[in-house]
Write a protein that binds this ligand. Sequence first.
Ligand SMILES: [Zn+2]
Ligand SMILES: [Zn+2]
Length: 132
Amino acid sequence: MEGNIKRRNTQQRKIILDILRSTDIHPTADWIYERAREHIPNISLGTVYRNLKILKDEGLILELNDGKQSRFDGRVDEHFHFKCTNCNSIYDIDSEDLVKVNKSSLLKEGYQVESCDIFFTGICPQCGGRQN
Ligand SMILES: [Zn+2]
Ligand SMILES: [Zn+2]
């Protein structure tokens, strides 16, 4: 019995991870829950939250706080985020140069960097385009 439960949990976790890795919108737990229900109709929001926490503890996903709620990211390589204050979208920003500058300059001062979480905020190109 226990083996079955364990297998089921592993499957649920894999589905949640797949959902998260298939999108770059940095969804909320509610959004993930809606998608997960298409695969597992009887899954509960609590189960989704629990699995998200486990995935985060395992280092497989990131949890971002946009100031109001948690957003989740299936991308765990070093990257930055831009949050649009108009439409609430979160974008991935690739900037390897920025990583290098931060790491090397901090290292010189004796800090050992383990992770880096920079949040840019402002107006995204889509919202800016609308204003023109
Ligand atoms: Zn926007
Ligand atoms: Zn991201």
